[in-house]
Design a protein around this ligand. Sequence first.
Ligand SMILES: [Zn+2]
Length: 471
Amino acid sequence: MGNVTVDPLALAMPVLRPEIAEILDFASGEFLDAAAYIAAKRYDRLVAERVDIREGLDNNPRFGCALCATPVYLVASGKKRFFFRHRREDGSCPSVTRSGLSRADIQALKYDGQRESLAHLRIKERIVRSLTCDLSNSEIVSERQWRSARDPASRRQPDVQAMTVFGRVAFEAQLSTTFLDVVAGRRAFYRDEGALLVWIMAGFDPDYRRMTTDDLLFSNNSNILVVDEETTARSEETGTFHVRVHYRVPELSKGLLVDHWKSTIFPFRDLKVDRQKQTAWAFDYQGQSEELLQVEREASSRADDSLRERLLAFWKSRNQQTPDPVSREAVWQGLMRDISARGVTPPTNDRYDRAITGLINGILSAKEGFPIGWDFKHLVEVAHRVCDGYPEHVLTMGYAIRVYGRETLISAQDKSGKWAKRARSIRKLILEGDQRYLPDEDTLSFLKFVFPEVGSKVEAFLTSDHAKSRL
Ligand SMILES: [Zn+2]
């Protein structure tokens, strides 16, 4: 095999299947894909870097193996392809027999490795400094075992722990958020201890969130806590432990919630803390959004009430006998546009009111307790009229009489007992599935909007097994 000469300005090439697939950057605490790291560098620069990496290997290693955190260095193959190798190759690294590891095993190994990184040491050190300068904190210890008060065999080792204004608190520093599944189980441990677990990140950029950051974010009322150099300096200046809080602020836009991000430096002791939920936050995202939605619901319900009132007022003032002038029809069309905008299907017919004449006259009369729209004296006449001309609204009329409590009135008006007899026989036909009395589905959307208390009953009937079995 001859010597392979590589253009120094070309990009470097990784070997195809490296044993060490991922490396840990000790300075940042981040993991890098080994092949991608190599392939992104120019050949001449990577060769120069290789020398530096080799030099620092014993005293100041730059990279470690993602799985065992043993320092690694760059090696070139005979074909001048690159890969990483452990400082000591004693076969103890699980990457050699990677196939035997589950995803959770790999995550746990990487998590342990990352805890030894400089970045992790730095954030831990900042948390300790921030706690120490504030006299309301005591018993501040790093990397000390926390034994369960109930079960001494059960223990955890939080990054930092301290007695604070919130009692005993465990602080876990999160660099890369890919390990949330490894550490999620801890919440239960600290809850059982009557203590609080607080997640601290080294930094946070709302635009570059990984899915797992969202797990942390949404389980903490959309607040992310960060301890960085600036907050640590603030804590030391003021003698009060401060954290940076990134939080979402909800806003209503066209009836929907939208968020924007804000951040502020906030005293730790002023956080709202809930040991049961294991949360610690500054801004109440959930409460604020519920309040906004409630306001929106009330506004929209007021708008619906007003639209309903306008519609019924129009109907009551309409003249049944003589056709309405064009201007009035335009008013009606305007109302129909408004209900369409509410997502309601407006009734249609060649004459604007024909599709719903029987429906509105019948139900509105039941609601008011006297005939509306038709020239009758008594409500019982309205009931007969609906049965004669609008069998598809008979069931609806029946519900309306019950919903608006008009049974007594109707039976008082039904001196001959004709209505009672008719109602009984129709009820029987409906129960037998007589298709003529099947409620009209075309006007259901309209009915539900204008008379929700009646519409919901008709809809329940239509979706009941009883109705379905006969359709
Ligand atoms: Zn290794």
